[in-house]
Every structure is written in structure tokens, then in C-alpha cells.
Write a new protein. Structure first.
Length: 325
């Protein structure tokens, strides 16, 4: 019977604190007990499950899907955004907005940010970032060559320079094409002092923001001219490639797909990406689902930002038949 009396007092203390909003000191004074005793009783209220914590997810958020992604793919974080239609343009816009907020909220002092410049979703992110009053980042580093079609190249360079300006960082543009004409041409380009300076920063990147591409290049990348020929892409597919990060390919199980084409890419490697402390991937859409799944299995990605439709397909036990919402 004595235990019932103890639990009754604990429940009363919990009610005063959690329901009535009274401070611990006031509770102690009211009940003529010490504040240390109040603190112990509040802890015991949780241990006895008199007080149970319930987190109610706000409308437009998807905690269950985010938990499923974290558990299934070993992610440190996952962000699933609301999207009313399973369409690429709408998905990129919503992911970009969410990514902008996340970067603003979590950017560390002296961060060295690496970005893949040929991603429309990352461009959307940059368009939504607000200027930071006290600049936090140290450098913004372009992780994949940015030269190509002049009109699209301007778009890519703007991404790097604008992100640097918004975060108070110094931009380091990679003044070389993403894909050189040959291995020999790449070696010549790597001899440029400014190209080497930027690439030497790859090992110092603390936050890498990457897009995930299917083997078939995105419209922006295709327009830039930084792509492989249809025959070369067919060979990659025959080798099991399902997608890429910065033109470095992987298969459905997350294994790196090595090919002679790697010798022509001027940009970060998957091995270099895997050494980065925090890798944030921005990607969604039906056409990219299998590429995203393969990218998650590489173990490189720490944080995924995607849309609810893609998240449902990724966590579905039967990828061929995703759940209908």
C-alpha cells in the first residue's frame, strides 16, 4: 500500500509540472519538499510511465518515412518533403526549399562546403538561401568541372559564387570541363594552377552537397556538354551502373562501377566523397528512384533530402509495387 501513496505523490508532482506548468521551485515550496526531491520524482514519473512523451508530427511532415529511411539505409538523418505531385519540377523546388532551411540552420563556423555544380535541385537550394548576417563558411568548392556550353556554364558558376556570397565564404570555381576529351587532355588541364588549387581542397571539405543522377544525364548536364556518348553510357549500363554522384558511377548494390571513363572526369571521386564528414544528397523523382537507392547503399550519404513519393518507393518492401497514398 505504501507504494500507492508514493506513486500518488509522484503523479501529483508530474501534474503540477507538466500540466499546470509550475516551476520545480514553486512545487517544492507548495508541497513542503526539497527541489531535489521534485527533480527525482519527475524522473521517476517517466521511469514508472506515469509521464509518457508523445511527439506529434506537424502536418506536411513525414516522420515515419524519415525513420524508415534512416533505419533501412543507415542514414544519420533523412528529410522527406511535402509534394502535391510526383513531377520533377515540383519535386526539385520543394527539396530545394527544405535544403536551404537545413543549411541555414546547421552550417558550422569555418565550414568548407563542396557542391556539385550541375544539379538543378542544388541550384534551387541556393536560390532559397537567405544571406547570413555573420558569414559562417570559409570556402565553397566546386566538386565537378564547370566549363561547357557558355549559357549553362554561367548557371553553374553562379551557383558556386552565389552560395559563397550568401554564406560569407570564398568561392573556388573549378575552371575545367567536367569531362575532358581524353585522359591526356585531363592531365594537361590538371596542370593549371587554379584547377589544382581547387582540387586540393577536396580533402578538406566538411559538408558536401551532391545531386544523384540516373545513368541518363539530366537536362542541365546534357545541355552543358559534360556528358559521355550514348555508346559510353550504354557500356556503363551493361556494367551494372544505375546512377552517379558527380559523374562517378555505382550499381544497384552501391558498389563503385569503375571504367576508363573515370580517367576523363575532372572532379571529386567517390572515395574522396566517402571521407567527407557530412554528405548531403538532394534527389527525388520516379526516374531517379533506383539511382537514389543505389547511392544510399554506397554508404557515402549521411543525409538524404527527398520527396514523399520517392521516399515511399525507397522504403517499400516491394520496389516494383510502391504503396499508394
Amino acid at each position: 500500500m505504501a507504494r500507492v501513496h508514493e506513486l500518488r505523490l509522484i503523479a501529483r508532482v508530474a501534474q503540477m509540472y507538466h500540466v499546470e506548468g509550475q516551476r520545480q521551485g514553486d512545487i517544492a515550496q507548495h508541497l513542503r519538499i526539497s527541489q531535489a526531491t521534485v527533480s527525482r520524482m519527475l524522473k521517476k514519473a517517466q521511469a514508472e510511465e506515469i509521464v509518457r512523451t508523445t511527439v506529434v508530427s506537424p502536418s506536411g511532415t513525414y516522420a515515419d518515412l524519415e525513420t524508415g529511411l534512416r533505419q533501412q539505409f543507415g542514414l544519420s538523418e533523412a528529410v522527406v518533403v511535402e509534394c502535391t505531385e510526383d513531377r520533377d519540377g515540383a519535386i526539385m523546388a520543394r527539396i530545394g526549399e527544405a535544403a536551404a532551411h537545413f543549411v541555414e540552420a546547421t552550417l558550422q563556423t569555418d565550414e568548407i562546403i563542396g557542391v556539385s555544380s550541375w544539379s538543378e535541385t542544388i541550384f534551387q537550394m541556393v536560390q532559397n538561401i537567405h544571406p547570413m548576417k555573420s558569414g559562417k563558411a570559409k570556402y565553397v568548392v566546386q566538386m565537378l568541372g564547370g566549363m561547357g556550353n557558355p549559357t549553362v556554364q554561367m548557371h553553374a558558376n553562379q551557383l558556386v559564387t552565389r552560395l559563397a556570397k550568401l554564406t560569407g565564404a570564398e568561392p573556388h570555381v573549378l575552371s575545367a570541363p567536367g569531362v575532358a576529351q581524353s585522359r591526356e587532355a585531363k592531365l594537361v588541364l590538371l596542370g593549371d594552377t587554379f584547377v589544382r588549387e581547387t582540387m586540393d581542397l577536396f580533402s578538406r571539405i566538411t559538408l558536401a552537397i551532391v545531386g544523384i543522377g540516373a545513368v541518363e544525364p539530366s537536362g542541365m548536364l546534357a545541355r552543358s556538354g559534360n556528358v559521355f556518348s550514348p555508346r559510353e553510357l550504354a557500356d556503363l549500363t551493361a556494367s551494372g551502373a544505375v546512377g552517379d554522384m558527380s559523374l562517378r558511377f555505382f550499381d544497384a548494390e552501391g558498389a563503385y562501377v569503375k571504367s576508363p571513363l573515370d580517367d576523363r572526369v575532372i572532379g571529386t571521386t567517390l572515395e574522396e566523397l566517402s571521407a567527407v564528414d557530412r554528405v548531403m544528397a538532394l534527389a527525388g523523382g520516379k526516374a531517379k528512384t533506383e539511382a537514389i537507392r543505389g547511392a544510399l547503399k554506397t554508404g557515402i550519404i549521411d543525409l538524404l533530402m527527398t520527396d514523399k513519393f520517392t521516399a515511399e518507393r525507397l522504403v517499400s518492401p516491394n520496389p516494383a509495387a510502391p504503396p499508394v497514398t
